[in-house]
Structures are given as structure tokens and as C-alpha cells.
Design a protein around this ligand. Structure first.
Ligand code: SAH
Length: 273
């Protein structure tokens, strides 16, 4: 077991709910605050996307599976939030463990609102989000000075589970060189069509990273025009990354080894400050 260094670690008081990010999978990507929370919790309410190994870090806690897969419409969301309220009112230390970061496409905000509305005190422990850390494990920097000055994170589902018709794809296509899509597999065809209709090239690089940071991680490199058929071949959870930064895997894929020292054709020039 990793020992926590001496520090004024917050005490988990009975009756509190801590909304904690578990990171994208690899237990080593937990924060120290998450570990401190796991050590003290009486009950851990966890999502399907949390790696089971992480629960072993809370050996004393009761485990409650919140039982839904990210991306599906969630009639149970209210029940989960109210269950958290109940557990807290029983005087337990309730750790609500969510994949990635609790406030990134994870409904952590909604759960927090319900808890606060019921007078339950909360603490939030951020986590490494799949759209950043998961891509790093695929050798893809989410920003790179030679590629992008902005990045857009979008969800491929809206509240109804449909493709996000509320998104302005024209604006996103114009404004953001790199687009990272959570929950994007189901509506990948629609997303690719919208982006190409808005002027993005069919030859633009795309990576589909499944089970990022776990031993099952797979990276499928494709292009926007072929995204529909390639997305249909893989199983969730997956992060889509659309943009030329995907080419950098050819040198930065530290897990499987690089293939090309200069995929963008920019490194030949002197490195300016
Ligand atoms: N709060 C989470 C996101 C929850 S939404 C976070 O910050 O990462 C669920 C979606 O996240 C999945 O459909 C998938 O798109 C993405 N995701 C989460 N974990 C992932 C992983 N290990 N590999 C690939 N995608 C992942």
C-alpha cells in the first residue's frame, strides 16, 4: 500500500458526501485526495466506468454500484442522487466515485446540486478527465503549439441520448482545430457529416481511443471520412480526437513506440521561443 506523506489531509466526516474523480482507469492516475478519501470512506457509490482495481483501495468500505454506463440516458439519475442523500443522513462517509473528473460530462454537478438542496455537505475532488489523460496515454497531446490554440470538448449525446442537435457544429468546426468527443461512438456518423458539411476535410486525422489508460486500451487511427465505419467497429467507452494533433502519436506514442520523428513537418525549423 502507498503511504500518504504527512500533510494536513482533510478528514472525512460522517454525513458528508465527497464527489471524487477516479481518473480514466489506471489507478495510478488517482489524485492523493482521492486516495485519502478511499481510505476513510464507509461506503463507495461507483459508476460502471470506474476500474474495479480502484475499489480495492477502499478495503473497509461497502460498495454500491450506481449501475449505469456513461452516455446512456439516465432515468436513474434522480434515484442515485437521492440514495446519496439517504446514505449521508444515515451518518456515513459517502464517497461518490465517478470516472474521470466528476464535473466533466459526468453529472457530478447535478448530484452536487441535489445534495446541497437537501442540506448535505459536500467536497469535490477533481480527477483526470478521459479527454485529456486518456489521450495522453495514446500519445496525443491535447494541445500542441504547431497545431492548435484551442480545444473543444463536446459530448456526442444530449440529455435525450440523441446526437447533440443543440451544438453549433459550424461554429465548432471553424473555431477549434482540435475537437475531443466524449460518448461519441453512437453518433459518430452524424458528427463526421456535420463537421465535413462545415468545411472540415475528410482526410483530417481522427483517433478513437477505447478503454484508455487500462490494460485493454486500443487506439484506432482513421480520418474523418472513414470515422462512421471505424466507430461502428469498436466498443465503448471511447474518446474521439479529431485534429492534426493525432499525427503526433507517430512520435509520442510512448506506450507502443513512435514511428516518425516529425509527423507535422515542423521540427526541421529552428525551435523559436
Ligand atoms: N467524467 C468522465 C466522463 C464521463 S462521460 C471524464 O471526465 O472522463 C463517459 C464517457 O467518457 C465515455 O462514453 C467515454 O467517451 C469517456 N471515457 C471515460 N473513460 C474512458 C476511458 N477509459 N477510455 C475512453 N473513453 C473514456
Amino acid at each position: 500500500m502507498v503511504e500518504l506523506p504527512s500533510f494536513d489531509w482533510p478528514r472525512f466526516l460522517p454525513g458528508w458526501v465527497w464527489l471524487v474523480g477516479a481518473g480514466p482507469g489506471d489507478p495510478g492516475l488517482l489524485t492523493l485526495h482521492a486516495l485519502n478519501a478511499l481510505r476513510q470512506a464507509d461506503v463507495v457509490v461507483y459508476d460502471a466506468l470506474v476500474e474495479p482495481a480502484i475499489l480495492d483501495w477502499a478495503p473497509g468500505a461497502e460498495r454500491v454500484h450506481a449501475g449505469k454506463r456513461g452516455g446512456k440516458p439516465s432515468p436513474l439519475q434522480r434515484d442515485i442522487s437521492l440514495r446519496l442523500v439517504e446514505l449521508a443522513r444515515e451518518g456515513r462517509r459517502v464517497l461518490r466515485l465517478k470516472g474521470g473528473d466528476p464535473f466533466v460530462f459526468g453529472r457530478g454537478g447535478e448530484e452536487g446540486q441535489t445534495l446541497v438542496a437537501h442540506g448535505v455537505p459536500i467536497r469535490v475532488v477533481p480527477g483526470i478527465s478521459a479527454g485529456i489523460g486518456g489521450l495522453a496515454y495514446a500519445g496525443i497531446p491535447v494541445t500542441h503549439r504547431d497545431v492548435n490554440q484551442s480545444v473543444t470538448f463536446v459530448t456526442g449525446h444530449d440529455q435525450t441520448g440523441q446526437a447533440p442537435s443543440s451544438l453549433d457544429w459550424q461554429a465548432i468546426a471553424r473555431a477549434s482545430e482540435v475537437i475531443v468527443v466524449y460518448m461519441g461512438l453512437k453518433h459518430a456518423a452524424r458528427i463526421a457529416a456535420e463537421l465535413m458539411a462545415a468545411g472540415r476535410e475528410g482526410s483530417e486525422p481522427v483517433a478513437i481511443v477505447t478503454d484508455a489508460t487500462t490494460p485493454r486500451q486500443r487506439v484506432l487511427e482513421t480520418v474523418l471520412a472513414r470515422l462512421p465505419e471505424d466507430a461502428a467497429r469498436v466498443e465503448p467507452p471511447a474518446i474521439l480526437c479529431i485534429g492534426r494533433n493525432v499525427l503526433l502519436r507517430q512520435v509520442l506514442d510512448w506506450r507502443e513506440g513512435g514511428r516518425d520523428a516529425d509527423p507535422l513537418g515542423t521540427r526541421a525549423r529552428p525551435d523559436s521561443a
